[in-house]
Write a new protein. Structure first.
Length: 367
């Protein structure tokens, strides 16, 4: 428990969210019932499942299989970007970055690969890929819980953005030169087929809870107990700071929602689908797309517009998505200052460029 407490106390994003929630008390009076516990329980159960799969090196093994088939640096980047895109759909964008960033940077040092542009593409892939599934990122989890939509309806909503994102990323990877590389070293991982199967079952149960087929609260309890019995270390690796950050977001949004002047303004800028889309896209650049989702969902019934706005809103600035900040933290830890400075420049150029292009497509799609 000491390690968990230490991580929470050193979580800068949590502290920023806590300070913002505290200051929001001067804006309005938050209500306890405004905290969306369905989102909190969903996120907790999913993070337990993901940490269990991480402990069994599922994504690591898949990464190794893909990389052994790479013959040049462009293919390495393409496979890594594809893995981030698909992995984020099922293991969330945060986990895709936490897993693939160290893997790629380690490989880049071994093979003398570029870092700034490929890592930018990995972040983009994690954000765009996670937008496809109801459980790929926190804002989607909230949208499903808030608007009470089923899985098929959500996939119908998200498929166009997924396809646009995939083709955009595929095109961007051709900016990497196809220089030959050495064969990647093979790592042996312990095999846990039974535990992986059981964890997959827990993951499936969690999805049934998210879609309200079974009681989510009881499923979360089952997942936590099972996770503790399967791998206690994995339970300790769950990002509890993220759960507390979400509670701070809900307090912040609740305070805003109980301020007459702000509610009038937000209601005004979310009256139409286009207005909801542009507001979600814009606000995400400043306060991040998760709190933007929680805030705007209380004022608009235009689900499609809000979905496109906040998911595309994860592109652009570093603060637009929590996953972007997580990637920066990884880069600061794993590389040097010149590499980080180059990443800042490339990230800003590529993200803002793609935000303009995809944002324009989204605008005409919503219209």
């Amino acid at each position: 428990m000491k390690a968990v407490t230490t991580r929470i106390l050193h979580d800068k994003v949590l502290w920023i969210a806590a300070v913002a929630a505290g200051l929001s008390l001067f804006v309005g009076r938050p209500q306890v019932h405004d905290i969306n516990w369905t989102t909190i329980w969903s996120l907790l159960a999913l993070m337990v499942c993901v940490q269990l799969l991480n402990g069994y090196h599922v994504l690591d093994q898949l990464s190794q299989q893909l990389l052994t088939h790479s013959h040049n640096q462009r293919q390495i980047v393409q496979y890594t970007v594809l893995l981030a895109f698909v992995g984020a759909m099922f293991l969330t964008n945060d986990v895709a970055i936490l897993t693939l960033f160290p893997m790629y940077i380690r490989l880049a040092h071994q093979q003398h690969l570029p870092i700034a542009f490929p890592t930018t593409l990995i972040v983009l892939a994690a954000n765009l890929g996670s937008a496809f599934t109801p459980f790929g990122n926190p804002q989607n989890l909230f949208l499903v819980a808030h608007y009470h939509i089923d899985g098929l309806a959500f996939l119908k909503l998200s498929t166009p953005l997924m396809l646009i994102g995939l083709f955009s990323l595929a095109g961007l990877t051709y900016g990497i030169a196809p220089r030959s590389t050495k064969a990647a070293p093979t790592r042996l991982f312990p095999q846990h087929p039974g535990k992986i199967a059981l964890t997959t079952l827990l993951f499936g149960l969690t999805l049934l809870g998210i879609f309200q087929i079974f009681p989510l609260g009881w499923i979360t309890v089952i997942v936590i107990i099972s996770g503790w019995l399967l791998n206690r270390a994995a339970i300790k690796q769950v990002d509890y700071g993220l759960l507390l950050t979400f509670i701070c977001f809900f307090i912040l949004v609740s305070s805003f929602s109980h301020n007459a002047a702000l509610t009038t303004l937000i209601a005004h800028v979310t009256r139409t689908p286009v207005a909801s889309y542009l507001t979600g896209l814009t606000i995400s650049q400043v306060i991040s797309n998760v709190p933007a989702t929680v805030l705007l969902a209380n004022f608009t019934n235009h689900l499609t517009a809000l979905y496109w706005g906040v998911n595309l809103g994860g592109l652009g600035t570093l603060v637009a998505s929590l996953a972007n900040l997580l990637a920066l933290k990884q880069l600061l830890f794993l590389t040097n200052r010149p590499t980080v400075r180059e990443f800042f420049k490339v990230f800003a150029l590529v993200n803002l460029g793609l935000l303009v292009v995809l944002g324009t497509i989204g605008y005409y799609w919503i219209r």
